[in-house]
Design a protein around this ligand. Structure first.
Ligand code: ATP
Length: 345
């Protein structure tokens, strides 16, 4: 039995088709990443999974339990850390966690609550009132709340948005431990280096559709480990090298060439020299998940029709952390085939 099964899920908000037939499944014990630019539909999908929102059609099951027909059991299997900081200001941290345990009928849960607090560095805040906590501390409590009933599936919706390095490290250490102990983890994040380091498999959503779904290592290898980034001050790239060319980032003058290894750098430079090219700048990059993301989003991109999520807003809400590298123009030529991940050259 799968941890999560999502079959042809559709969701419309008035004139906005937020999910357009999303299907995928997550194996038990997987660390699964759900990535996509702002407005792609990640939170909508998670809300449907958690029973907080209803799909218009399609089926979602958690450990075999339908999230509508078998709501209670499906919900018990899940621990969801929401994106927004929601908390009750009248309780202390410990009271909040006891209350949450009560929702699941767990009256003697203090040993586990103590363990969770210790693992999230919350012990010295156990008796602090929720409203006295900093934003990062409140986020730790949200994570703790999701874990009180020891759910086999843990869903984290951007858990590290705006939190400091220390919390990230603490959180990932604990979540990785839970994953090693058999818990299934589903993570949405805009920090792609986190997804690359943690996730076994990744689904990428855009405009409510799955545009890529594969093992993290396959995604990385399909988009070449190495790139030669050349900026020419004179001449044009020789035609013989065009097959190696990869999509550039928007506004980028440099040419990106896929390298099968370091040994091909010399023949490439020789071909450029013979063609009269003058090289102004050159570097060799190792492609990371952000490069993969940018390329997939660019290639799968299209101008959203009115009613599509992302219409009227930047569809490339996710780019290189420094803001310098962004998803290619969503109005670029379309490849509408979902999950088409063939070589870009
Ligand atoms: P982000 O990365 O910004 O959190 P997301 O991938 O989680 O984005 P969703 O929050 O699922 O995206 O939103 C998908 C689309 O649906 C967006 O265009 C959003 O504006 C829209 N949307 C979400 N919730 C509602 C709602 N309750 N009513 C109307 N539109 C909504």
């Amino acid at each position: 039995m799968k941890a999560i099964e999502i079959q042809d899920v559709r969701k419309r908000y008035r004139n906005l088709q937020a999910l357009k037939g999303v299907s995928f499944s997550v194996e038990r014990g997987e660390f699964f990443g759900l990535l996509g630019p702002n407005g792609a539909g990640k939170t909508t999908l998670i809300s449907i999974l958690a029973g907080l929102n209803r799909a218009d059609s399609g089926q979602v099951r958690v450990h075999g339990h339908d999230v509508v027909g078998d709501y209670r059991l499906a919900r018990r299997m899940l621990g969801v850390v929401p994106q927004e900081l929601v908390f009750d200001p009248f309780f202390t941290v410990r009271e909040t966690l006891r209350l949450q345990s009560g929702y699941f009928g767990l009256t003697r849960n203090d040993d586990w609550i103590d363990e969770i607090m210790a693992n999230l560095d919350l012990t010295d805040k156990a008796d602090a009132n929720m409203r006295q906590l900093s934003g990062g501390m409140k986020r730790r409590v949200l994570v703790a709340q999701a874990l009180v009933h020891r759910p086999p599936v843990i869903v984290l919706d951007e858990p590290t948005a705006g939190v400091d390095v220390e919390l990230r490290q603490t959180l990932w250490k604990f979540i990785s431990r839970l994953n090693r102990e058999g818990h299934t983890i589903i993570l949405t994040t805009h920090y792609l280096e986190e997804a690359e380091a943690l996730c076994d498999r990744i689904a990428m959503l855009k405009f409510g559709e799955v545009v890529a779904l594969d093992r993290t290592s396959s995604l990385l290898s399909q988009f070449a480990g190495l790139q030669l980034v050349l900026t020419l001050s004179a001449g044009r790239l020789p035609a013989s090298l065009e097959p190696l060319r990869m999509p550039s980032n928007p506004g980028e003058r440099a040419i990106r060439l896929r390298l099968s290894g370091y040994q091909v750098v010399e023949p490439i430079l020789a071909a450029c020299r013979e063609a009269g090219c003058e090289i102004e700048d050159m570097e060799i990059n190792k492609a990371d998940l952000e490069d993969v993301f940018v390329q997939i989003m660019g290639r799968e991109g299209r101008k959203p029709a009115s009613g599509d999520p992302g219409a009227g807003e930047g569809a490339d809400g996710q780019g290189k952390g420094d803001g310098g590298k962004r998803a290619t123009d969503p109005a670029e030529p379309v490849n509408t085939t979902p999950s088409s991940l063939e070589s870009p050259v």
